[in-house]
Ligand binder design. Structure first.
Ligand SMILES: [Zn+2]
Length: 343
């Protein structure tokens, strides 16, 4: 037992000295389990901080693979990951295992949505938002409220960011902040506005701080924090629970209950469309490689298959999702999916 205590003191001495945490706080972190949804700029920075801070178990879910344009801001990835076309969840797991080999790491290459989110959160103490879209956040909000799990929203676009801790029992929730999803095209994205490299790191640090507080029993900050590091302005925004909030007051989980249809959506920050299968599935990448080799150039790294034909590029994941590159029209992407995957 003293060996365990010595090991904690050695690795986490700076935390153990902090009155806010101490050894007992560190021990609570080591016995905590978190889920990070999305491992782009926010998620990668959160994962790095949480792993170094000694959160005992990290589950990371991400649907994408590492692309050259990610390296401008996504802390865990490097040029080797781009060359290997590794899924972000897997690339993150490999890095995190070298950062802290004493914690449990679970990498899941999937698109978190209404069909699978409850499985991903079933055994965690807290959820951190590393996503890049409102749709997934509404699903996380519903699932976490339903299961009574705190979650921490983080959003970045341009030179600004937002952070909010959502405590299911107390509220307010994400739908108290944004009652309904924005109409397509009405929400500025990293795609249209860009994003300053430092903003995700800042927001991720604030989100992770809130996580460390909640996991060790401290009180999270109320309301919403808006940050603009370009102007060096931080603003705390008061937010109350809405009396008629469908999610945290009426406990109606519309976004969680909408599963089961195939989905096509444009991915933030990339000229790319993702098509998801209507049902959970598993694709034999080697068999698909043999089939597609007759009609185009194809390669397979065990996690995903790349296929090029007719001026288009498709990336097929084992869970049946397909990314159609160089295309922003959803119907064209669906047609290519149907042509080459026959669904
Ligand atoms: Zn609410």
């Amino acid at each position: 037992m003293s060996d365990v205590k010595d090991a904690i003191d050695a690795r986490y001495s700076r935390h153990c000295r902090l009155p806010e945490l101490g050894r007992s706080g560190q021990e609570r972190l080591l016995s905590s389990r978190i889920l990070i949804v999305g491992c782009g700029a926010l998620g990668a920075a959160i994962a790095s901080l949480a792993a170094r801070a000694g959160v005992g178990s990290l589950r990371i879910v991400d649907r994408d693979f590492v692309d050259l344009s990610n390296l401008q801001r996504q802390a865990l990835f490097d040029e080797d990951d781009v060359a290997e076309r590794l899924p972000k969840a897997e690339a993150a797991k490999r890095k995190l295992a070298r950062i802290n080999s004493s914690i449990a790491l679970d990498a899941i290459v999937a698109d978190a949505g209404p069909d699978n989110i409850e499985e991903f959160i079933r055994d965690v103490d807290l959820v951190l938002d590393g996503t890049d879209n409102a749709e997934t956040r509404y699903v996380i909000n519903d699932a976490c409220l339903k299961r009574g799990i705190p979650w921490i929203y983080g959003g970045v676009v341009g030179v600004r960011g937002l952070v909010m801790s959502i405590m299911p029992a107390a509220g307010p929730c994400f739908r108290c902040l944004y009652p309904e999803p924005p109409a397509p095209g009405n929400m500025p994205t990293c795609d249209t506005l860009g994003v300053l490299a430092t903003v995700p790191s800042l927001v991720a640090a604030l989100q992770t701080t809130e996580a460390l507080k909640i996991l060790t029993g401290a009180t999270p900050a109320p309301g919403v924090l808006s940050v603009d590091p370009w102007q060096m302005q931080f603003q705390a925004i008061d937010l109350k629970r809405r009396d008629d909030c469908p999610a945290c007051v009426r406990r109606e989980y519309a976004f969680l209950d909408q599963g089961g249809t195939s989905r096509a959506l444009r991915l933030c920050g990339r000229d790319m469309v993702q098509i998801s299968p209507p049902e959970p599935t598993h694709i034999d990448l080697e068999a698909l490689q043999r089939t597609l080799a007759a009609v185009g150039r194809v390669s397979n790294n065990g996690y995903l298959l790349d296929f090029m034909a007719d001026d288009c590029e498709l990336v097929v994941f084992r869970d049946g999702r397909v990314l159609v590159k160089g295309i922003s029209d959803l119907s064209v992407a669906r047609a290519l999916y149907a042509r080459y995957l026959g669904a």
